[in-house]
Write a protein that binds this ligand. Sequence first.
Ligand code: NAD
Ligand code: UGA
Length: 464
Amino acid sequence: MCVEQFDKHILCIGAGYVGGPTMAVIAKNCPRYKVTVVDISEERIARWNSDNLPIYEPGLDEVIAACRGKNLFFSTDISQGIRDSEIIFVSVNTPIKNFGIGAGMAADLQYWEKTARQILEYSNSSKIVIEKSTFPVKTALAMQRIFSSGENGCQFEVLSNPEFLAEGTAIKDLEEPDRVLIGSMETDTGRKARDVLVDIFANWVPRDRILTSNIWSCELSKLVSNAFLAQRISSINAISHLCEKTGADVKEVALAVGMDSRIGSKFLTASIGFGGSCFKKDILNLVYLCRFYHLNEEADYLEGIVKINEYQKGRFVRNMINIMFNTLSNKRICLFGFAFKANTGDTRETPAIAIARGLMGENAEIVITDPKALQNARIDLQDADPGRVSFVEDPYEAAAGTHAIAVITEWDFYRHLDYQKIYDSMVKPAFIFDGRNILDHQKCFEIGFNVYPLGKTALSHLGN
Ligand code: NAD
Ligand code: UGA
């Protein structure tokens, strides 16, 4: 199909975890649109154009195979991409600022500002520019101001369309979203631009799931959604500690609480703490915003979600030290999983990093196994003493000769391993610390393991 035959030309700047899958699903559902994804990273684009995609996401390979080269293209030619498109999604990264005012809390907006300036510089026609990244409230205003400084006569309409996909289920989330949120300025041109975006999603999303709102509500809703999700995890994680003290079982408590239809059952699984690139940064962004407006009580409340999360990771390590006779020196500990959740190779903000460093800080040797995340784990721990950490693909090999297994990621196949074989290969007494509560604890106990689940009574042969 030649370029002229397409009905619309869509560009996405940023070919990451959001840009790649999101554009692939738009391309799949809108064969009449040409979708181009650009990035400054040549390596990333080369991988998007290969059979070795830069991210692991179930179902992604199939969507890419169906569209790439037909109406989906990956390129490093950002200026050409901008010139050729009338609709531009911005999906660059928005990490936490690590310098200057707001360091450790505010969003580092240098990537989007650079992008906005590039759009302005290379545009020779009017564009709709869509914030796909998660931005602080009022970013659209700053973006609009940059565009207004242009003198080339092009008009730019800024929309907000935050992404709600979760990694590991991204394709399903994009194909069947709970809702699509589109925010615009409340002007005639703003509403007109919004309708263009509504029409794109209406190709596959039922109209009643496409919400339109004012642009500030839209930007804020994304941050608040992540804060609410993370708040539920921190709440159940706080309760997990109380369960351990009182003899209650956090799974039973979560089930009972979640069956109240007003509360709901999702996001009540106790864990070693939430990870991922967004929860912490988005909550700290909200905290920063509250403090900016002198809403200190509200800021403290939200910050508590992150504090409990940090506490939960530290508590897991302290518990291991305590149980393993108050010393981990030169003991070998196997981490089952390193990704921040199952079904992804992503390790950004994974609790595994803090736990691995905590254990190595006690002079333990760690052996890390994970089916998809070892490459990232090596990068995350590249500064560690090579004598203290090793990376092993096969879980049986990884566990052999270790004193303890710590389950970090809830990969389903960990449930089905041969734990008798694993036990036989370990140093005794052998310990399991199940940070995800996914194993059959009674069975492992009967094999001979001392089992320490999260949020319920331990099964120990040692009397502790
Ligand atoms: P990412 O780091 O995987 O991808 C961002 C990409 O942008 C990188 O490949 C980077 O090279 C590229 N980039 C940066 N500056 C650029 C520029 N000037 N020109 C061209 N390319 C540039 O990040 P991500 O996980 O895709 O997240 C992107 C945004 O989406 C963030 O704001 C995040 O909060 C939000 N978000 C992420 C998820 C998720 O699951 N990862 C879900 C919803 C929302
Ligand atoms: C999360 C949100 O779910 C998405 O809606 C949002 O778009 C995205 O953040 C974002 O803005 O980046 P994601 O981080 O990919 O998605 O994955 P989640 O399924 O939310 O899990 C986040 C973390 O919480 C993981 O470490 C997971 O193991 C942990 N978690 C999740 C729990 O500990 N308990 C739970 O009950 C659920």
